[in-house]
Each structure stands twice: as C-alpha cells, then as structure tokens.
Design a protein around this ligand. Structure first.
Ligand SMILES: [Zn+2]
Length: 200
C-alpha cells in the first residue's frame, strides 16, 4: 500500500469570513460570538456539523486559529471543531503543546462542550482555559453521541490547571444545533449506524 498524509480541508468560505472580522477579540463574549458564528456558517454553507471553535491568546485576545467540524467532508472522525482549532494553532505556532509558546497563554472557545474525544485532547493541547456555549446535553438532545465522560471532567481540568467556563451564549449555540436537527442534518459518530438512525 501507499502511505497517505492526513489532510483536513477547511471550508472555502472561511477565508472571506475571517477577512470581515477583527484579529483581536477583547472579551469572552466577542470570542464566543466568533465560535458560534463559525458553527452557524458551517451549517448555512453545509460544510460539516454544526460546531465551531477558536483559539485566542489569553491576554491580548489575538485570534490564533479557528476550527469547524469537518468530519464528513474530510472523511475523518477526529475532525471536530475543537481538534481542528487546536491543531491549526499548534501548527501555526510550531509547538505541539501550546504551553511551549510561553510566555503567551491560550484559551479555547467552543460552541459546544467537548465530546469524550475532545475532552481528552484539551489537556494535551496546552490551553489554559476552555470556554463553552452549548452543553453536551444539548448536543445529545439532537441525537449526537458525545461518548463516555466522567461526571467530574470539569474538576479534572481544574486539577490540571485548566479553567472552565460554561454556558456563555448557550442559547445562541443551541439554536444552531436545533436548526441543524430541524434541517435533517446527519448525525455521525459512534452512536450513529447511519444518518437515518438518529435518536432523539
Ligand atoms: Zn469532539
């Protein structure tokens, strides 16, 4: 067999989307607004699941990277928005652990709480803080399988020195999830045998 490089395409609309937006995001609301807008645009453009994420430099608010869900178009189950944003930040900064880019520190904003995979990846990423909009129960409510997560995952992050903020712009993020479900969006993931098997 031939080896094959891992490749996750970002959607074509992303460049013009970002060109219309600032490079600095002063506060949590502005940062989360970007993550939720990314989820909504990914839905509108039909370029993946209804999830968006972004990595910012903590103090300056400089946007380092963005991610949207690309599981289906990239044929890649790890291409969740958080994983894409983390990988892009690391490759942009040339560090496999963002703590190695000190003294700068970094935060991950996600339109929905991490699934079990992303929950596991965040402590490896080197971000110092995770901020989420929708709860994982909101994703489960439209049929997504978020995997097995310990009930105390937030406390586990805090023990590792990762701050967690939840429910910021939750209603806006949930509205995107519900639009996706109402439009018949495919439910992929370990709990989905086929798009037609969606629960909930
Ligand atoms: Zn995930």
């Amino acid at each position: 067999m031939q080896t094959h490089p891992i490749h996750i395409d970002l959607p074509d609309w992303l460049e013009s989307f970002l060109a219309e937006r600032p490079s600095i995001y002063a506060d949590d609301c502005e940062r989360m607004r970007l993550a939720v807008d990314l989820s909504a645009e990914n839905l509108r453009a039909d370029t993946g699941g209804p999830f968006g994420a972004a990595v910012f430099e903590s103090d300056s608010g400089r946007l380092i990277s963005v991610g949207v869900n690309r599981v289906m178009p990239s044929h890649c189950c790890i291409a969740h928005a958080e994983m894409v944003a983390i990988a892009c930040a690391q490759q942009r900064l040339g560090q496999y652990d963002l703590r190695m880019a000190a003294p700068a520190r970094f935060q991950l904003f996600s339109s929905t709480e991490p699934c079990a995979m992303c929950m596991g990846a965040v402590p490896w990423s080197g971000v110092e803080r995770l901020v989420c909009a929708a709860r994982d129960t909101d994703a489960r409510a439209i049929g997504f399988d978020e995997g097995h997560k310990p009930a105390d995952w937030v406390e586990g992050y805090i023990r590792r020195g990762i701050q967690v903020t939840r429910d910021l712009l939750r209603a806006e993020a949930v509205a995107v999830l519900q639009r996706y479900a109402a439009g018949g969006g495919a439910i992929y993931g370990p709990g989905a045998v086929s798009p037609a098997s969606r629960a909930g």
